[in-house]
Design a protein around this ligand. Sequence first.
Ligand SMILES: [Zn+2]
Length: 121
Amino acid sequence: MEAEAAARPEEEVCGLLSGHGNVADTLLPVENALHSPHAFDMEPAGLLDAMRNIRESGGELVAIYHSHPFGPAYPSRTDVASNQYPEVAHVLIGREGAEWRVRAFRLDDGVGELTLKTVAG
Ligand SMILES: [Zn+2]
């Protein structure tokens, strides 16, 4: 995810993470239709493809991710206001100085941080 964000530092990258339960094992990038460094909107056809991919692989939607190339790994006011998926985790890849940082949140009633663990496999 950091690599994907770093490959496009000029715009927010976005996509889905699929897996089972709370464990995500597949990254499904979706084009940012806005190509903006400060906002994202998943390109509808790409989003449908990603959703179909998850269904056909027998997985579940675990999280939605996007990057903040010019901001912290924390949901913006817009992210909270425009969130259409309160039931899934939101992973933010933010830039802090030269480093990319990844944090996960739940955005249902306010912002709650989730614990992220990397599982080797
Ligand atoms: Zn955002």
